[in-house]
Design a protein around this ligand. Sequence first.
Ligand code: WT7
Length: 651
Amino acid sequence: MTSSLETEPVSYPPAEEFAATANAGSELQEAADADRLAFWATQANRLHWHEQWTEVLDWKGADSDYIAKWFVGGKLNVAYNCVDRHVIDGYGNQVAIHWEGEPGDSRELTYAQLLAEVSRAANYFTEIGLTAGDRVAIYMPMIPEAIVTMLACARLGLIHSVVFAGFSSSALRQRVDDAEARLVVTTDGQWRRGKPAPLKAAVDEALAKGEHSVEHVLVVRRTESEVVWTENRDVWWHDTVANASDQHEAQPFDSEHPLFVLYTSGTTGKPKGIVHTSGGYLTQTSYTHHYVFDHKPGKDVYWCTADIGWVTGHSYIVYGPLSNRVTQVVYEGTPNSPDEHRHWNIVEKYGVSIYYTAPTLVRTFMKWGRQIPQAHDLSSIRLLGSVGEPINPEAWRWYREVIGGNKAPIVDTWWQTETGAIMMSPLPGVTSTKPGAAMGPLPGISAKVVDENGVEVVLGETEANGYLVLDEPWPAMLRGIWGDTERYKSTYWDRYAEQGWYFAGDGARIDVDGAYWILGRVDDVMNVSGHRISTAEVESALVGHHSVAEAAVVGATDATTGQGIVAFVILKASSGSSDELIGELVAHVAHDIGPIAKPKAIHIVPELPKTRSGKIMRRLLRDIAEGRELGDTSTLVDPSVFESIREKSAT
Ligand code: WT7
């Protein structure tokens, strides 16, 4: 586990002015402590239920394969809650989405317009025969149609599987096959740094070989790039959805009806399809978005800079915010397109008041220099959020000072694809914050830091690091891995089976004041720019190259991206070890998985350090990659391999 913790005595108490109007108060924790399930029932009542539930929670732990049921018997429609409800309540003219295209075009969608678009898509999906429970893959850039498609799926009880548009065609195919998607929704191309890049071509490539489940590919025109057309399979959005009726009545679905599958990396090469359901998920995303971001509908302008390809986009661009009648900015492109001022231009243009991003971007802004944000009026910002990886205290302070004008509270939110919604965070207006700490579980959430035997790590023993576990079920918790109950149980529940706790895979520490610090992954999962990538996935891509005999991959600390991918490869006898080949291997990984999985360094080595049982010693490779003195090598078969690895990687 990484332990780059800086001791940080300073704590920032909430400003009185902020606290005076904050959504959260101390009564929230009191209510949750008094009766946790009654507390969640209150939160669920923030939503519209077509039919009231009869039981808040049905949890049998191991006896029901660790699959919880929340708000049992309740019926709701997630899209109705995110769209129709606000129109019915008289807010049809409120802007839901201020959309900024990368090339400088923009669009505005009110709730009434969003309802019409979602209804059209729902009518078309029905027309082509999709029914509740069918899977739809969404492989799109950040354009309004992507959000419309997600909501249209939710409206019909179709299970969406959003695949990040930066992933490769083979990554798409893997996910399409696993969930057996009947429809793929995509665009002709996507804008990236001022240039159009093909996207539909990747769908064509994904579906080119072998049997698959896809009946239709629905294509939104975005870049006017040329596309190859497969008759009877491919349809244009503007020829179909755009002409469908804008009237559609939402039907209620069971609280436990699956809402989406989202694939995330685990410790093996095969991504896991994390399953989320409706009532509990929407309850917790709505609750957390309201209190953690102190969101005031009709007043705030909210901007979460994530992509809908990740869970942050699902929970904090689509479901949480829209359920709370947000007015939000959605931006299509990169932060330096056309230049490094882009985010601050957008903040000024729309008067963004709540800004939620990842530490890696904060560190990138730091590198670009404070003069860039300081050239703008950022006074509209009143709250800042951080997610995806631990935020180092230096970045935290810079964020607060330069972006937050020394007054906006920072909420460092810890959660995971699996948790579905924020689990730990300070409550703005209530919690004093420490730079770099997620502070503690939110009201209604229960967590512990324990050792490998499940014994709680003693508070106050500052060097005592432990593992983070969740010891009570929570509404937005995953309801399994798509098609793989055994993997679900072994990944999350076997470790503390005796106690019945969920193992989060993160190391953590509780300090003398009771504040929680998340220390990073304790498994073979890397965190690169807040994105989860498994070492095994990159290794399997590398050995898929004809020159590679064996590969070992580690995440090495990187000043900007948190971790960077460093690979050690053994070549097959006939292959040379030129720079050219290394470049080829990097490109090969990018093509196989996606550019986000590109190794920042590849070292060609004659041998890999292994234990006597044949396990690669990643910890030692990480020491080398980070240029540290080697740790304990006594369990190695042949300690001298290090000398050769060091020599090779020094160059
Ligand atoms: C992993 C989950 C949660 C949405 C984005 C990532 C790390 C996440 C924090 C934070 C320290 C964090 C953890 C976690 N992580 N937020 N505030 N402080 N670490 O979702 O891809 O499922 O990754 O991201 O290691 O387990 P994800």
